[in-house]
Design a protein around this ligand. Structure first.
Ligand SMILES: Cc1cc2nc3c(=O)[nH]c(=O)nc-3n(C[C@H](O)[C@H](O)[C@H](O)COP(=O)(O)OP(=O)(O)OC[C@H]3O[C@@H](n4cnc5c(N)ncnc54)[C@H](O)[C@@H]3O)c2cc1C
Length: 350
């Protein structure tokens, strides 16, 4: 009996997952692993709220996979060691994963050298960052021509359906609880009230937005109006794909919602553009994209101001409301993010 290994990373879903689809097509049975990587130099440490989300999302994923007959194996450590070890344990004939576009792609490149049957699949973005270039043949620096070029030359493919069954094999697994992703001090009640991590929760969120929010999307800059999708954390963990979102939006028939469809999809396009920037500027998270900001007159951090900013006690109502929303729900409205980020950076010099 042949075995394929699927390594899930930021694609915690079973539907429209090209890596899983390819693994199922290439072997009699499939092993599925998630690796908690807190050791590779390329791995970006997760914040506490992200850890909370990951715990809930993996719980939901394990249940979804089990319903189809498969198993989710949990391992921790460096994927450069964990994945080849698991391939040997299972005697896997191929390994499949979804492409990543940040610094962690170095890990994938190293693994491809040591695992000749490793295959990466394209599933988390509508475009491949190297495939879209300006008329001059260079990466895009401005969103509008980027998105116009994408729309003129691409039609997003239809999403792959969820597999009907996963003929699963398993291997020793760590317990999710042993990873201590949930907070020791229970500050997460607001997160639980606000979100349902996992593939089912992501689609419920999308459907609710298409029914109620999309028709209001032209009012998305008003923080008090529930007009945005709140899909960003679901997209971040890959519980839903941009292809699924695209085709669900295209299927909307309500006239008021349809009027806002192109605008909403262009915001999903901003996500594409951000990954385009990240791919072509791998140090974007540590260096200024525009070097003229290198001479910005930063002040030494003032601990009192920093504390006031964090607690939502600056005295500026919109900023304080945003910071309190962030504390209570784990997210902040886009427009308020802009105001808050600008205030903390430019006014408080934090
Ligand atoms: C200071 C600051 C920090 C931000 N940090 C993040 C972040 O860490 N992660 C993140 O996804 N977005 C970030 N954004 C962009 C934007 O605020 C969020 O994507 C948006 O508020 C998420 O809410 P939503 O899912 O309801 O958005 P919607 O308006 O419903 O948009 C749908 C999707 O489009 C994408 N999108 C929308 N706006 C942007 C944008 N400006 N740039 C890139 N993608 C976008 C997101 O994937 C979003 O989920 C940040 C913006 C600011 C000003």
């Amino acid at each position: 009996m042949s075995v394929s290994l699927v390594w899930l990373r930021d694609d915690l879903r079973v539907a429209d997952n090209p890596a899983l689809t390819a693994a199922l097509a290439s072997a009699d049975s499939v092993a599925i692993v998630y690796v908690l990587d807190e050791v590779s130099r390329e791995a970006r440490p997760l914040g506490r709220a992200s850890k909370w989300w990951l715990h809930q999302s993996l719980t939901a994923l394990a249940s979804d996979i089990a319903k189809l007959g498969g198993h989710l194996i949990l391992r921790s450590g460096s994927p450069r060691d964990v994945i080849p070890t698991l391939v040997n344990e299972l005697g896997a004939t191929s390994v499949h994963w979804s492409k990543r576009f940040g610094g962690t792609r170095n890990i994938d490149a190293d693994l491809k050298l040591s695992l000749p049957n490793a295959q990466s699949h394209h599933g988390s973005l509508l475009h491949e960052p190297w495939s879209l270039v300006s008329g001059a043949g260079t990466p895009f620096k401005v969103f509008t021509p980027f998105w116009k070029t994408y729309l003129a030359n691409n039609v997003p493919r239809s999403p792959f359906p969820a597999p009907k069954a996963i003929p699963g094999v398993t291997a020793p697994s760590e317990s999710l609880e042993s990873w201590n992703l949930e907070p020791e001090i229970p500050w997460d009640a607001g997160l639980s009230e606000s979100w349902t991590p996992g593939e089912t929760g992501a689609h419920a969120r999308l459907n609710d937005f298409l029914k109620r929010g999309l028709a209001l999307y032209h009012r998305r800059d008003e923080p008090a109006v529930p007009a945005t999708s709140r899909l960003s954390p679901h997209l971040r963990f890959g519980e839903i794909s941009p292809y699924q979102i695209w085709h669900a939006v295209e299927a909307v028939t309500d006239a008021a919602a349809r009027k806002n469809a192109a605008k909403f999809l262009s915001e999903v396009g901003w996500r594409e553009f951000s990954f385009h920037q990240l791919f072509h500027n791998p140090d974007i998270s540590t260096r200024n994209l525009r070097s003229d900001f290198d001479s910005f007159p930063w002040q030494a951090p003032n601990p009192q101001l920093l504390r006031a900013g964090r607690r939502g006690e600056t005295g500026v109502s919109l900023v304080d409301a945003g910071m309190r929303e962030l504390w209570a729900t784990g997210t902040m409205h886009n427009r308020v993010r802009m105001v808050t980020a600008s205030f903390l950076i430019k006014n408080l010099g934090i």
